[in-house]
Structures are given as C-alpha cells and as structure tokens.
Design a protein around this ligand. Structure first.
Ligand code: HGY
Ligand code: MN
Ligand code: MN
Length: 422
C-alpha cells in the first residue's frame, strides 16, 4: 500500500469535525457524525459495497462473497481451525471501528480503523481476490460515550449488554436524550436493541486501531496484535453539601462538597498508584458554579482501569472507603454510581497467534483502552491490530501516526482479511 493512497483517503476525512485548535468534536447523531456517515456511504458506493444501517445506528459496507457458502457445521473450515470456538455457520469477516471522538480528541482513534478497512478492500481487489466469505466494514456508533456517557453504546446495544430503554433515556450534557437526538437526525430510536441474527452471521471481527501507548515506539514492527483489554469502568460520583455565601459563611459552618471532591481526586490517584492500576477524574460539573457561592453539588466522573479485576476492585474499594470517611468529616454526602463497567477481555488466543505469525511475528500487547472489539469478543472470535503511535498520545489533538505506519497497517489488515476470508 503506497502512502499516497492512504493520505488521499485520510485527507477527505480529516477536516470533518475538527476545531480550529485541531481537536475533534465528533459526537454521535450530530452534524459532523452525519457528514461522516455520508462519507462512509459514498466510499461504500464507490466500491460497489452494499451499505446498510442496523437497528442501533451502526453502519456496514458489505463485499458479499460470490456465493455465501453454507457448509456442514461438523466439517471444520479454515477459520474454525484458527479459533478455539465450536465450528460456526459459514459467516462474514467484519472489520472497521468507530468515527466518534472524545471532546477535542485526536484524529486517529477510531477513523483509522475505518479508512484502513476501505483501503484493505482496495488492496484485495487490486490483486483480484475472490472472498469466500463476505467481508464487512463497520462504523460503530458512540464508541467513546463522548455525548451520551456510555462507551461502545452501538456494540453494547447490538450484543444486548445495555438495556435499550436505558439507552434511549441517556442524555447528553445539554439534556438531549439519545432517542431525541436520533429522531432529530432522522433515525428511529424505537428499533434499538439486541441483534443476535447479525452477530450469528459473523465468523470473526478484526479491529485495526491506533495504539494508545508507546509500546511500538522504537520497535521493528509498526503493527502489533492485541492480547487483552484491561478491566475498566466509569463511575459517577456525586458530592452534596450546602450552598452558601463564599464570603460571609464561617469556615466551621461550611458543608462544602468541593472539599470532598478535591480530596477524592487525590485519593483516586493514590489508590491506583498503590494498587498498580490507573484512575482519572477528567470531567466535573459544579452547581451553582458561581465564583462567590459555596457549591451545593459537585458531580465528577471516575475512570479506573487495572491489569486485572482484583486490582480494579482494590482501587474502587479503597477509593470508596477513603472518600466516604472524608465526607463524614466535611459534613457532606457522597454517592458513587457505576455508569459502565467492562470486564477483562482476553482476545481469542489462537486467532491472535495465527495473526501474529501471519504478520511475521508481530509483537503482541495488552491495552488499557476499551474498544468495540472488546464488546464483540464475547460473541465472535475477535482480534485487534495496533498501528504504531510514536508519542503514545491519544484522546488529545496531539494523537498521530506516520503515513508509512498507517500504510503498513493497511497491508497487515489486508493480509488478515485475505487469510480469513479469501
Ligand atoms: O476510553 C477508552 O478506553 C476508549 O478509547 N473508548
Ligand atoms: Mn478512544
Ligand atoms: Mn477507539
């Protein structure tokens, strides 16, 4: 794959949803999302791929096999030998990722997997490959949870991990529900829900993604294969106190939730450091948010992740006990509510090893970032490819990858699709 082909396609997408400062505001069911959807559909049409949108707003572009083979389920087929799973009805190999970003996020997290998928199809077509299985390209909606607060919403709905009524009622920071946002965008929220038939038609899902770390920096290989996703979650922490005058209220008389909040941020970091995980508070809302008033309520979101469930549990229980104790001393209230929790994901080891070997012994590495591949892996043999990120920066405008490494990622994805579907 020459870097010009990558750069040409990348340049079409890059300006959509980008701010003056270079970060991205690509939120599901907004104007930039609709422009990205139109771009996806145009790319599918350009290639003669059958485009469809599922009941949850996820998009697909299908390269249908000449004839979809339905074979005797007892006769293992090449793909089934790649995975430890029971033989599956002949099925499609799906690749792709997501378009949406965190607020002011980077350009590559998500879109790189979609652009690379279209280019991998181009690569296979250039060698006149004839897929024996349908090859699909997916754009999953609301992977970051940047608008409605629950990550991987499109794939969680598809796999039934989240209740569709709860999803419809999720609100964005302006109080707009997902249902209303979909209606405003001309989509029907009534259809949200599990899609087992579609899942059953998948034989494998391969997600290519920019690496969100520096493990490949300095490595011989610009591409790695994922082993696992750390268990992680996000919790809404509500601190309540007593609004009052910033000037006339004596210190001993105060019940200031901002104090307990400040303690909680430091406690999260300390518990994570001691336990061997990570914890972040990057989002906070204050009421009434006035310079000269003691806050009545502070709402903050804790993002915690760890190499295993025991360490994650240690972080959460340490955090909860220390913050509750502090709230008692501050005379404030604290409530911790889970918004999304993701168990550890171990990707299909035989598929992982087969792909690493196919890519000439590509490095294998875990990630602490969540992905739709993590959600789908409970239902479909799933693998992830990571493309080198020299700085490791992600979820920020500085996120980047070289065109050479992105082109190498396309070659790797094409090799995997060739192996699994052709
Ligand atoms: O938050 C994450 O780990 C992912 O980037 N959505
Ligand atoms: Mn992300
Ligand atoms: Mn992502």
């Amino acid at each position: 794959m020459d870097t010009d082909a990558f750069r040409r396609l990348w340049n079409e997408l890059e300006p959509i949803g980008r701010t003056e400062a270079g970060g991205y505001l690509r939120f599901s069911w907004t104007e930039s999302d609709l422009r990205l959807r139109l771009w996806f559909q145009a790319q599918a049409r350009l290639r003669g791929l059958r485009c469809e949108e599922d009941r949850n707003g996820n998009l697909y572009a299908w390269w249908d096999a000449e004839k979809e083979q339905v074979v005797d389920p007892d006769r293992p087929r090449p793909l089934d030998q790649l995975t430890a799973r029971k033989p599956r009805r002949e099925g499609a190999v799906l690749t792709g990722s997501h378009f949406d970003s965190v607020p002011h996020g980077g350009a590559y997290d998500g879109p790189l997997g979609i652009v690379s998928a279209f280019l991998a199809v181009d690569r296979l077509r250039a060698e006149d490959a004839q897929p024996k299985r349908p090859i699909g390209i997916a754009a999953f909606t609301e992977e970051e949870g940047g608008r409605f607060g629950v990550p991987c919403l499109g794939s969680r709905l598809m796999t039934g991990v989240i209740d569709s009524d709860r999803a419809r009622a999720l609100t964005d920071p302006d109080g707009v529900t997902l249902a209303q946002a979909m209606r405003d965008a001309g989509a029907d929220p009534a259809t949200l829900g599990p899609d087992p038939e579609r899942l059953e038609r998948l034989a494998a899902f391969i997600e290519l993604h920019i690496e969100q770390g520096r493990a490949l920096d300095g490595s011989e290989s610009p591409v790695a294969v994922a082993t696992a996703i750390w268990p992680h979650g996000r919790w809404r922490v509500t601190f309540t106190g007593e609004a009052d005058h910033a000037g006339t209220t004596r210190l001993p008389d105060r019940r200031d939730p901002m104090l307990t909040f400040a303690f909680a941020v430091l406690a999260a970091r300390k518990e994570a450091r001691l336990a061997g995980g990570v914890a972040t508070v990057g989002r906070v809302e204050v009421e009434p948010n006035a310079t000269n008033a003691i806050a009545s309520t502070v709402t903050a979101w804790l993002d915690a992740r760890a190499p295993d469930e025991a360490v994650l549990g240690e972080i959460l229980s340490g955090f909860e006990s220390k913050v509750t104790e502090r709230a008692g001393r501050d005379g404030t209230g604290v409530a911790i509510a889970p918004e999304s929790e993701t168990p550890i994901v171990e990707f299909d080891a035989s598929l992982r090893d087969r792909i690493a070997a196919l890519l000439g012994g590509a490095p294998v590495l875990p990630t602490a970032a969540g992905h739709d591949a993590g959600v789908l892996s409970a239902h479909v043999p799933t693998a992830m490819l990571f493309v080198r990120n020299p700085t490791g920066v992600s979820h920020a405008p500085g996120e980047s990858a070289s065109d050479e490494d992105c082109a190498a990622g396309v070659e790797a994805l094409a090799a995997v699709l060739r192996e699994l579907a052709c």
